[in-house]
Design a protein around this ligand. Structure first.
Ligand SMILES: [Fe+2]
Length: 188
């Protein structure tokens, strides 16, 4: 267990997917990182990051997200790969692809590729960097949801991009803009 935690900063996407499968069933982790939030009555329109392990700037990192009922992300992507696993409740995910013929700054035309629900028994959803992982995650259920996320090292201060398909608009999302407007992150 301790050795695996120490290896998080160097983990690849395949290793992160395997680690998520392990850690989300590991009794000590569930007891210390999931159950304390399972009865939360926090209200937020966006997910709340309640734990962070690692540095997103330079290494692979792990984060725990709490999703009050109705919480949703914008349509967004990441500068690095990502993987997340729902561990309590249900999360919905919409995945998009870009259909631009000519790419101009701040303009992105999107087409929804698929959408589905993720349950704890489904394992991890994975995204590639930038266009390989444009998605929106929502908790449309009437109950709290919790998920565990891992992201690869990002390059520089940019965390990814946010999209607004109503205006065919895309913009960079800098560090600190991420979905963390509630409780402060608790460092392990
Ligand atoms: Fe994401």
């Amino acid at each position: 267990m301790e050795r695996m935690w120490a290896e998080i900063p160097q983990m690849t996407l395949d290793e992160a997917r395997r680690f998520l499968k392990y850690i989300t069933r590991e009794p000590k982790f569930v007891l210390t990182h999931i159950l304390p939030h399972a009865t939360s009555h926090v209200r937020s329109s966006e997910p709340i990051v309640v734990a962070t392990y690692g540095s997103r700037e330079a290494t692979t990192c792990l984060q725990v997200f709490v999703w009050p009922s109705g919480a949703a992300t914008p349509i967004h992507d990441h500068t690095a790969w990502g993987a997340y696993q729902c561990v309590l409740g249900t999360l919905g995910e919409e995945r998009y692809v870009r259909v631009d013929e000519d790419r101009a700054a701040d303009v992105a035309h999107l087409r929804k590729e698929w959408q589905r629900q993720w349950y704890p028994e489904d394992g991890a959803s994975t995204v590639g960097a930038y266009d390989a992982g444009i998605h929106r995650v929502t908790n449309r259920s009437g109950k709290l949801a919790i998920s565990v996320h891992m992201y690869g090292p990002r390059s520089g201060a940019l965390d990814g991009r946010d999209y607004d398909p109503r205006r065919n608009y895309v913009c960079d999302r800098i560090e600190g803009d991420e979905f963390n407007h509630g409780l402060p992150a608790l460092y392990l």
